[in-house]
Write a protein that binds this ligand. Structure first.
Ligand code: SF4
Ligand code: SF4
Length: 92
């Protein structure tokens, strides 16, 4: 767990989690992100740094693009209020 946290800039908002033990630092997620949430790590071959988590749109492109997504190298953490949907009327 400690390994995972190392690659985040301290923020109260956590949008992206990268597993340092799985990620090889290919930076495909950095290239695809439309909001520049991620930045290449100055140390080559190591996971990108989550620089602006507050800017994340939760589009999931970074996860889709990751060649190690099956090992959950990168994960989008959708805030709880965004996961709740309101159903009006009788439930089906
Ligand atoms: S979910 Fe979308 S906006 Fe957020 S870091 Fe990934 S690519 Fe960027
Ligand atoms: S695309 Fe996946 S393996 Fe490549 S840097 Fe991003 S998280 Fe790491």
């Amino acid at each position: 767990m400690e390994e995972t946290r190392r690659y985040m800039v301290p923020s109260r908002f956590k949008a992206i989690e990268i597993k340092g033990e799985v990620c090889d630092g290919c930076n495909r997620c950095v290239d695809i992100c439309p909001m520049d949430v991620l930045a290449p790590n100055p140390e080559k071959g190591t996971p990108p740094v989550v620089t602006y988590p507050e800017e994340c749109w939760f589009c999931g492109s970074c996860v889709d693009r990751c060649p190690k997504k099956d090992k959950r190298a990168i994960r989008v953490i959708i805030p709880l209020p965004m996961r709740v949907s309101v159903v009006r009327g009788p439930r089906p």
